[in-house]
Design a protein around this ligand. Structure first.
Ligand SMILES: C[S@@+](CC[C@H](N)C(=O)[O-])C[C@H]1O[C@@H](n2cnc3c(N)ncnc32)[C@H](O)[C@@H]1O
Length: 244
């Protein structure tokens, strides 16, 4: 996952409004009374959130398991004059040498953890990493989106530069959505084809909330994106905020 895709990822993320998410994360910090001295951005991908938060003055580290995504992130950070540490690590077993005040994991990072047991293990490691009062902020694709919107549907987008076919299969028994992605990227007069298969696990808000409390967090809220309202029943995306 996220090999060749890494180099076209940013072109396909126009709908995920990064500046809006960055402002929202800052509002969450304010609302929770957190003034983080250091932040870790998990599953940081090509670093759009990481670099955006660095730009707002936060000392931040980005972590991801895809070397290709991190390559893009490093190039983007360098081009903007930021000296950000990016670490290649699996977020299920996250380990750092120092505690942190805030951890973010934006745009589906936790959907890529395919069992509730492993997700809880990740939350446990995150809890240990946070200072008392520290905050975990993340958003995931909802159960509704993965089961019914992506579900077992096929999506096609034909653009001049990058076209893709996205064939999904949602399995209700393990709650995993298998996504077969085929890309055609323009190279001169020809198109280069590459394929990737991604798996995302659909979690209910109750499963996540329970797992977060189970590892010891003091509070957890589930919001509708960009608001502090309860997430709507058919929300495509859920935002969770947990405080230690
Ligand atoms: C949809 S991208 C989101 C990237 C970024 N947070 C953003 O907002 O654009 C999901 C990212 O999760 C990373 N990822 C998936 N499973 C992971 C794991 N177990 N450990 C670390 N990174 C992981 C992928 O490599 C990918 O970069």
């Amino acid at each position: 996952m996220y090999r060749n895709f890494a180099y076209v990822y940013d072109n396909l993320m126009e709908d995920y409004n990064y500046p809006k998410w960055i402002n929202y994360i800052r509002k969450i910090f304010d609302r929770c009374g957190v003034v983080p001295n250091n932040v870790v951005d998990l599953a940081c991908g090509t670093g759009s959130i990481t670099i955006g938060l660095a730009d707002k003055g936060y000392a931040i580290t980005g972590i991801d398991q895809s070397a290709d995504m991190l390559n893009v992130a490093k190039q983007k950070a360098r081009a903007k004059g930021f000296d950000i540490q990016f670490i290649c690590q699996d977020i299920r077993y996250i380990m750092l040498h120092h505690p942190v005040d805030a951890i973010t994991c934006m745009c589906d990072g936790f959907n890529y953890i395919l069992s509730l047991q492993e997700l809880e293990e990740a939350f446990k490691n995150i809890y240990k990493l946070l200072n008392p009062g520290g905050i975990l902020i993340f958003d995931i694709s909802s159960y509704y989106k993965l089961s019914s919107i992506l579900g077992s549907n096929t999506m096609v987008d034909t653009d001049n530069e990058i076209s893709f076919i996205w064939q999904n299969h949602f399995d209700k028994s393990d709650k995993i959505c298998q996504m077969e992605l085929t890309f055609f990227v323009a190279k001169g007069d020809l198109y280069k084809r590459f394929d990737e298969v991604h798996f995302q696990r659909a979690y209910t808000r109750e499963e996540i909330t329970e797992a977060i409390y189970h590892v010891g967090f003091d509070s957890v809220s589930c919001y509708h994106p960009f608001t502090f309202d309860q997430a709507k029943k058919r929300a495509h995306r859920l935002v969770f905020v947990a405080q230690r």
